[in-house]
Design a binder for this molecule. Structure first.
Ligand SMILES: *Cc1c(COP(=O)(O)O)cnc(C)c1O
Length: 482
C-alpha cells in the first residue's frame, strides 16, 4: 500500500469503528474523536509518550480480547488458545530477534507489571529454587510448615539497590512508598552532586557495602547513557543479579543507537521495558531474560499477572515488526540527534540543563534560574500549548511535588517529523514563556510555589508559533475521521 492508500484505508476503518461505538455510547465516540484532535493540536514533549502507528492501534480493537489465555504458549489453563499461541509466539519471536535476546516474555500489561514479573523471577530463581533443591521438595506445597516459614522469612530479607528517584530513577526501583521499597530492603545510588552524572565508583561502593540481591539500572529522567558493561561488573563482584529497566530508552536500543556497552541486553540477566514509550508500540510491557531466569519469567502469568491481553500482545507483534525495519533505525537516530538540537537550543539561550546536556532522548531543564518551580513552569507552558511534565532535579530544593525541573523528550515530535530547526524553535518558545512568567506572591508574602503569571500576549504568540510547526508536520497525515 502507498502511504496515501494506507491513510485512506485507516480513515475508513476508524470511521466505521466510531459509527459502531456511537450507536451504543456516543460520549465515548466523541471523546475518542476529541482525543485525536487534542493530540494533533498539542506540542507534545512528554518524554514517555509517543504516537503508535494506525496498524498498531487498529490491531488492539480485535476479537482476541475475548479470549482467556492464562499460562504460556502451548500450556494454557483454558482450551481453544491456538490463535493466542500464534500471537504470543510471533510477538516473542520479534522481540528476541529485535533485541538479540535468548528469551522474551510479552504478556506484562505495563512497565510496572514487567518489573514485578522480573522481581518475582529473580526471587524464584535465586531464593526459592535453592531452598526446594536443598529440602528435596518438588514445589512449595511439599515444604514442611517450618521450611515454608523459613522461606517466607528469607523472601523478606532480600536487598535491592537502584537509582534514586531524584537522580532520575523510577519509583519501582526501591522507592519506599512503592511496593518495591516494601518487598525489599532498599538502598539507592544517586548521581554526582556537582555534575549530575552517574558515578560508577559510588555505585560500586554502595554495592560492596550493601550487597544487594538485585542491582537495578535504568531511569525515567536521566539525560545520559549508561555503561551497562560496568554495571554488570559491579553486579558480578557482589553476586547481584543485574536487572535493567529500559522502559524509557527501549526505542534507542531497538534502533541501534545504544550498542556495545550501552546496549543492556548482552549485559543484564533480566531486562524489562514498556512498549509504548520510545519503542512506539501499544501500551504494555515486556521482559527479556537469559536462559537462567527464563523459566521463572515464563510463569509471570498466573503467578504475578492475570490473563494476558491477547489483543495488546498482537499489537506488540505489529509494533516490534515495525521496529525491525530500517526506517526505525533512522527514527531512533533522529530522536537522539533531535534531543541534542533541543539541548543546544536551551544552552545557547543561557538556560541550565541538568548534566549540562543530553546524549539520549530527553533533557532535564532546571527552571530555578527563571525564578519558578517546576509546577509553575509546567502550567505556564501548558497555558501556551506546550505539554511537558515537571520533574525533580538532583538535590531539589522544592521536593518531588513542586520540583525545580521540567522533563522534555523528543520521541513523540520526532514521530511527527520534527527535525533540528523545529526543536531549536521549541527551545526558543519555551525560553520565551519562562522568561516572561513570574511567580505570584503567596499569602505569606513569599513567592508562591504554585501560581505564576505570564506576561500578556506571550501565550498567544507561542501558541500560534507552535500551531505553525504542528501544521507543517501533521500527526497521522491523511487520517480523516469525518
Ligand atoms: C514508565 C516507566 C515504568 C512504568 O511503566 P507503566 O507502563 O506506566 O507501568 C517503569 N519503569 C520505568 C523506568 C519507566 O520509565
Amino acid at each position: 500500500m502507498t502511504s496515501d492508500n494506507a491513510a485512506a484505508t485507516a480513515s475508513a476503518a476508524y470511521r466505521s469503528a466510531l459509527e459502531v461505538i456511537e450507536s451504543v455510547e456516543p460520549r465515548i465516540a466523541a471523546a475518542t474523536r476529541a482525543e485525536l484532535a487534542d493530540q494533533r493540536a498539542s506540542l507534545k514533549l512528554i518524554a514517555s509518550e509517543n504516537y503508535a502507528s494506525p496498524a498498531v492501534l487498529l490491531t488492539m480493537s480485535s476479537f482476541l480480547s475475548d479470549k482467556y489465555a492464562e499460562g504460556t504458549i502451548g500450556h494454557r489453563f483454558y482450551a481453544g488458545c491456538q490463535n493466542v499461541d500464534t500471537v504470543e509466539a510471533v510477538a516473542a519471536e520479534h522481540a528476541r530477534e529485535l533485541f538479540d535476546a535468548p528469551y522474551a516474555y510479552v504478556q506484562p500489561h505495563s512497565g510496572i507489571d514487567a518489573n514485578l514479573v522480573a522481581f518475582w523471577a529473580i526471587l524464584a530463581t535465586r531464593i526459592e529454587a535453592p531452598t526446594l533443591a536443598a529440602t528435596g521438595a518438588k514445589g512449595v506445597n511439599d515444604l514442611s510448615e517450618d521450611d515454608w516459614e523459613q522461606l517466607r522469612a528469607r523472601f523478606g530479607q532480600q536487598r535491592l539497590l537502584g537509582m534514586s528517584l531524584d537522580a532520575g530513577g523510577h519509583l519501582t526501583h526501591g522507592f519506599r512508598p512503592n511496593i518495591s521499597g516494601k518487598m525489599f530492603h532498599q538502598r539507592s545510588y544517586g548521581t554526582d552532586p556537582e555534575t549530575g552524572l552517574l558515578d560508577y565508583g559510588r555505585v560500586a561502593a554502595a554495592a560492596r557495602e550493601f550487597k544487594p540481591l538485585i542491582l537495578i539500572a535504568g531511569y525515567s529522567a536521566y539525560p545520559r547513557r549508561v555503561d551497562f558493561a560496568t554495571m554488570r561488573e559491579i553486579a558480578d563482584e557482589v553476586g547481584a543479579t543485574l536487572m535493567v529497566d529500559m522502559a524509557h530508552f527501549a526505542g534507542l536500543v531497538a534502533g541501534k543507537v545504544f550498542t556495545g556497552d550501552e546496549d543492556p541486553v548482552p549485559h543484564a540477566h533480566v531486562v524489562t521495558t514498556t512498549t509504548h514509550k520510545s519503542l512506539r508500540g501499544p501500551r504494555g510491557g515486556l521482559v527479556l531474560a537469559t536462559e537462567e531466569y527464563s523459566e521463572a519469567v515464563d510463569k509471570g502469568c498466573p503467578m504475578v499477572l492475570g490473563g494476558p491481553l491477547s489483543h495488546v500482545m498482537a499489537a506488540k507483534a505489529v509494533a516490534l515488526a515495525e521496529a525491525r525495519r530500517p526506517e526505525f533505525q533512522t527514527y531512533a537516530a533522529d530522536v537522539a540527534s533531535n534531543a541534542q538540537s533541543l539541548a543546544e537550543g536551551f544552552l545557547k539561550r543561557d538556560a541550565r540543563l541538568v548534566t549540562g546536556g543530553t546524549d539520549n532522548h530527553l533533557v532535564l531543564l532546571d527552571v530555578s534560574g527563571f525564578g519558578l518551580t517546576g509546577r509553575q513552569a509546567e502550567s505556564a507552558l501548558l497555558d501556551a500549548g506546550v505539554v511537558t511534565n515537571r520533574n525533580s532535579i538532583p538535590r531539589d530544593p522544592h521536593g518531588a511535588w513542586y520540583t525545580s525541573g521540567i522533563r522534555l523528550g523528543t520521541p513523540a515530535l520526532t514521530t511527527r517529523g520534527f527535525g533540528h530547526d523545529e526543536f531549536d524553535t521549541v527551545a526558543e518558545l519555551i525560553v520565551d514563556v519562562l522568561s516572561d512568567t513570574k511567580a505570584d506572591t503567596a499569602k505569606s508574602g513569599s513567592p508562591s510555589k504554585v501560581k505564576a503569571t505570564t506576561a500578556a500576549g506571550v501565550g498567544e504568540r507561542v501558541r500560534s508559533a507552535a500551531a505553525e510547526l504542528l501544521d507543517a508536520h501533521p500527526l497521522y497525515p491523511g487520517l480523516e475521521l469525518s
